[in-house]
Write a new protein. Structure first.
Length: 257
């Protein structure tokens, strides 16, 4: 198994933020985590990219406990695009993207021709090549998000962890990024709020509520009106996408006052 969360628990200030969470992510699979605000999605992901040590349970990477990898080694395997991915450095876009190569380089070793080409390609794929010489602090939220996605790609991980990677993106760039993930062959764990995007991109979806996994399976198995009502407190009509067959959720606003 590429990635396995085994009975993860995270307790902070006496409160369980994640409870007994087990999830397998096979090679090349895209697994989504969905759930209401505060249900523990980001906390669970943070255990995978080692921003947080779980209180109980184990993360396994390629059948080895994650904690037995050096930080540098795990960064060669796992790249993260998260809410806390730093872009506060006053660097150019090209410099930020090149930082993705850090786990593979020694000291101040310069990028070779292959790595320069890799950075170029990732910037083109994320549509930020034209921004290469811009200071990252001058970018819009969506532009910055695409730069950080390019940085994660040049890390050449086998596991990519993404926390709400589409939240600043316009619809075209949302679709481009998710299509890129689908074609990448990477093993992906992705937190998404948009259940329709989750249904379109994920092979499997895990639903968190109050820190616990309450459902897991294919989008068709999991994203039912009953589940959406119970977990999100929302009435949804589920219809198959007319072209792809993926479940799509339709919502109605409450009646006007
Ligand atoms: N360091 C911390 N100490 C105490 N509580 C925390 C800490 N970090 C997160 N929490 C709480 O843990 C709960 C889960 O947070 P988390 O960020 O994992 O939720 P989430 O499902 O990603 O939410 P959202 O959809 O709003 O991003 C929240 O109630 C949050 O306030």
């Amino acid at each position: 198994m590429t990635l396995r969360l085994d009975a993860l628990g995270v307790v902070r200030d006496g409160r369980a933020l994640v409870r007994d969470l087990s999830l397998d992510v096979g090679s090349g699979q895209i697994v989504g985590l969905v759930g209401p605000n505060g249900s523990g999605k980001s906390t669970a992901l943070r255990c995978v990219y080692r921003a947080l040590a779980p209180t109980t349970g184990t993360v396994w990477l390629h059948d080895r406990e994650l904690t037995t990898y050096t930080r540098r080694d795990s960064a060669r395997h796992i790249a993260a695009l998260t809410q806390e991915s730093g872009s506060e450095l006053d660097f150019t876009v090209a410099e930020i993207v090149a930082l993705g190569r850090s786990p593979h380089l020694r000291g101040n070793q310069a990028l070779g021709p292959r790595e320069t080409e890799l950075c170029h390609r990732a910037m083109a794929q994320l549509d930020v090549l034209h921004l290469a010489d811009r200071g990252v602090l001058t970018l819009s939220g969506g532009e910055r998000q695409r730069v950080l996605a390019a940085r994660a790609l040049v890390q050449e991980p086998d596991v990519l962890v993404l926390d709400e990677p589409t939240n600043h993106l316009d619809i075209r760039h949302q679709i481009d990024l998710l299509t890129l993930l689908r074609r990448s062959g990477l093993t992906v764990v992705i937190v998404l709020h948009d259940l329709n995007l989750a249904a379109a991109v994920c092979d499997r979806v895990g639903v968190l509520a109050d820190g616990a996994l309450v459902a897991a399976g294919t989008p068709g198995e999991v994203l039912t009106p009953a589940l959406v009502r119970t977990v999100f407190g929302v009435e949804a009509t589920v219809v198959p996408h007319p072209l792809t067959g993926h479940p799509q959720l339709l919502y109605s606003l409450g009646a006007p006052a």
